[in-house]
Design a protein around this ligand. Structure first.
Ligand code: PLP
Length: 392
């Protein structure tokens, strides 16, 4: 059956496999605290749900314009520029069924076999899978906890070869929660200009930052508009993962090819989801701030628990993840996650899923209320103590 294995041969499908396996184990257990998927436990705000429901009642049951509803693209353009991004004409924005879909469209449209795409490591893994599907090579830029997993211009430049074509920036980062400081984003942009790279700037978590951290959009920096594709979506900031609504925006010379492939894959994005997205972007924005504050309180509670346990972690500056080093347990992060799930009923993912080259880290999502996070810490303490006692 060659036909069924062809893709699996080219693309490492082990990450989805591991997530499925952990999910299957969790299904068989009672009272699991789920800190796995990056899927907010918070509901989509009511006015957004209503807009989606109304749209269905009003006949939004058809394909839409291939690039997305004009009113939505207007709203996206306004939203991007309101947060310091570039000024995009609506015809240079493509609405997609989720930001993840956009990664594959971009990779298939722009990468030729043999091209290199630079991806921060650890970093959201589908970029790597999209590159593999396009037959391109992923060059991992390894970051470490000593520098809080912060990407620097020097690190990027050290990985550039004559075959480098695309640089991926994920800011704030999944899985580490690191925010690349604006000054460093500017320096990285200079490197991209100097080496004629296209930048995919994944800003899907940009509205979720903590403390003094802020995100500098890439496309509005000098000389970057023509070489940047801004990728984002509503899943995270508006708790809309299930609506499958994302977008990308780019320079006029790149958009037609990207739009063509998007049309081939999706025709258009679900009409009701697009109407809901219009309500999200044009309606009151306090819901985003309320959710951000909730994640912030959870972040503080989780970090306090890890500190008590003597488990080091990267300072989470944005997104809704905490990336912690469990090497001191001595059993490896993948085995640790499985034991914690089976013995403590707490679900989290090993960093290997996000391309981590060590088996030292786990990613915890802040997708449970503070009380459940505290309970997760209590359970984790018991399992960690048991593992440490075995080793002693
Ligand atoms: N970009 C990053 C960095 C993500 O973590 C995710 C999802 O977890 C996405 C994009 C895609 O999200 P969606 O497809 O729900 O828009």
């Amino acid at each position: 059956m060659n036909a069924t294995t062809r893709l699996a041969d080219r693309v490492k499908l082990k990450d989805a496999h591991l997530i499925t396996r952990m999910t299957d184990i969790a299904e068989g257990l009672a009272d699991v605290i789920k800190l796995g998927r990056g899927d907010p436990d918070l509901d989509t705000p009511a006015h957004i749900i209503k807009a989606g429901q109304d749209a269905l009642g009003n006949g939004a049951t058809h394909y839409t314009h291939p690039l997305g509803l004009p009113a939505l693209r207007q709203a996206i353009a306004a939203n991007i520029s309101a947060y310091g991004g570039a000024t995009y004409a609506p015809e240079n924005i493509v609405v997609t069924p989720g930001g993840q879909h956009a990664m594959f469209i971009i990779a298939l449209a722009l990468l030729n076999p043999g091209d290199e795409i630079l991806v921060p490591c650890p970093g959201y893994n589908p970029y790597h899978q999209a590159a593999e599907m396009a037959g391109a090579e992923t060059v991992h830029i390894r970051m470490t906890m000593e520098t809080n997993f912060t990407l620097t211009a020097e690190m990027v430049e050290a990985h550039i070869t004559p075959r480098s074509k695309i640089l991926v920036l994920i800011n704030p980062s999944n899985p580490t929660g690191t925010v690349t400081p604006p000054s460093e984003v500017r320096r990285i942009a200079e490197v991209a200009r100097k080496h004629d790279l296209i930048v995919i700037s994944d800003e899907i978590y940009a509205r979720l930052t903590y403390g003094n951290n802020t995100v500098q959009p890439v496309a509005s920096l000098p000389g970057m508009f023509e070489r940047t594709i801004t990728l984002s979506g509503l899943s995270k900031a508006y708790a809309m993962t299930g609506w499958r609504i994302g977008y990308f925006a780019g320079p006029p010379d790149l958009i037609p090819a990207l739009a063509e492939i998007n049309h081939a894959f999706a025709i258009s994005t679900a009409a009701a989801s697009q109407h809901a997205a219009i309500a999200a972007l044009t309606g009151p924005q306090d819901c985003v701030e309320e959710m951000r504050q909730i994640y912030d309180a959870r972040r503080i509670a989780l970090c306090a628990g890890l500190t008590e346990m003597g488990i080091p972690y990267a300072e989470p500056q944005g997104a809704f993840y905490v990336y912690a080093n469990v090497a001191s347990t001595g059993i490896g992060a993948t085995a640790f996650c499985e034991r914690l799930l089976r013995e403590g009923q707490v679900l989290m993912y090993p960093g290997g899923i996000y391309g981590d080259y060590t088996d030292d880290f786990v990613r915890m999502s802040l997708t449970q209320p503070v009380e459940r996070i505290r309970e997760a810490i209590t359970r984790m303490k018991t399992v960690v103590a048991a593992i440490r006692a075995e080793a002693a």
